[in-house]
Design a protein around this ligand. Structure first.
Ligand code: NAD
Length: 260
């Protein structure tokens, strides 16, 4: 149980991040949620976490591109709940383009959101975790922290960077009862992915099954999507006492993608 623990999850207004926040709350943790979206939708998700699980949930609008706002998000968690025991760095964006046309400002944005934001959040959260003598830091990396795909130079670089940051932090906090790991999902089934299927069927004149298996799941030997809930369950395990000696690792959950 995570009762009495407090978690911050960046990029938790949708997808994998929301699944992490709900899984921690289901286990009894209070949560700080973060990310973009319409104020009404965010308030609905926040209130639903509280009513579904009987914990406290607060929203931080911090933009992961802005170091001062990231520090403010950690401070909000500490001020509201007394501590930040679990930090999940999950916010991320993608941009796909050949490198010679890749906009330099997109490169900077992806490195800031997908990599540097984790540095700023960890930097701000570690003193409190050391003071409490317990902590869990989890970074959402990707299969792209281990292998590359063409046209994703910034994303692949940021995710490889997250894997290195994870190992470094794990070593630095190893004797402080704080673990730091990253989770590397393959293709995760989200509404975002689902919504792409009809357009792809039309564009390529394929059936739904062909789009799923020959286009989307080409990289994934199981030919099945990972679910957000499966990723969240792995994060929940990393927060348990049984996982106290798992640190500095990069845990793949990718249907065999990176085994090939
Ligand atoms: P998503 O688009 O559903 O969620 C991304 C979240 O990040 C949203 O809450 C969004 O509002 C937030 N966000 C974006 N920019 C932000 C900013 N500047 N400041 C604060 N929040 C910001 O995507 P997802 O698929 O749930 O992705 C979550 C993480 O998982 C990302 O790091 C992504 O790289 C990683 N990942 C996703 C997949 C996949 O197939 N979906 C696979 C591997 C890794």
């Amino acid at each position: 149980s995570l009762s009495g623990k407090n978690a911050v999850v960046t990029g938790s207004t949708s997808g994998i991040g929301l699944a992490y926040a709900r899984a921690f709350a289901a286990a009894g943790a209070n949560v700080v949620i973060n990310g973009f979206g319409s104020p009404e939708d965010i308030e609905k998700e926040r209130a639903k976490i509280e009513s579904d699980f009987g914990v406290k949930a607060v929203y931080s609008p911090a933009d992961m591109i802005k170091p001062a706002e990231i520090a403010g998000m950690i401070a909000l968690g500490e001020k509201t709940f007394g501590s930040v025991d679990i930090l999940v760095n999950n916010a991320g964006i993608q941009f796909v383009s050949p490198i010679e046309e890749f906009p330099p400002e997109k490169w900077d944005q992806i490195i800031a959101i997908n990599l540097s934001s984790a540095f700023h959040a960890i930097r701000a959260a570690v003193p409190g975790m050391k003071k409490k003598g317990w902590g869990r830091i989890i970074n959402t990396a990707s299969a792209h922290s281990l292998v590359a795909s063409p046209f994703k130079s910034a994303y692949v670089s940021a995710k490889h960077g997250i894997a290195g940051l994870t190992k470094t932090v794990a070593l630095e906090v190893a004797t402080s009862k704080i673990t730091c790991n990253c989770i590397s999902p393959g293709y995760v089934w989200t509404p975002l992915v689902e919504k792409q299927i009809p357009d792809t069927m039309k564009a390529r004149n394929l059936t739904r099954e062909q789009v799923i298996n020959d286009v989307l799941l080409d990289a994934q030997p199981t030919k099945e999507f990972v679910t957000s809930e499966q990723v969240a369950a792995l994060a929940l395990f990393l927060c348990s006492d049984d996982a106290a000696q798992i640190t500095g690792t990069n845990l793949s959950i990718d249907g065999g993608w990176t085994a090939e």
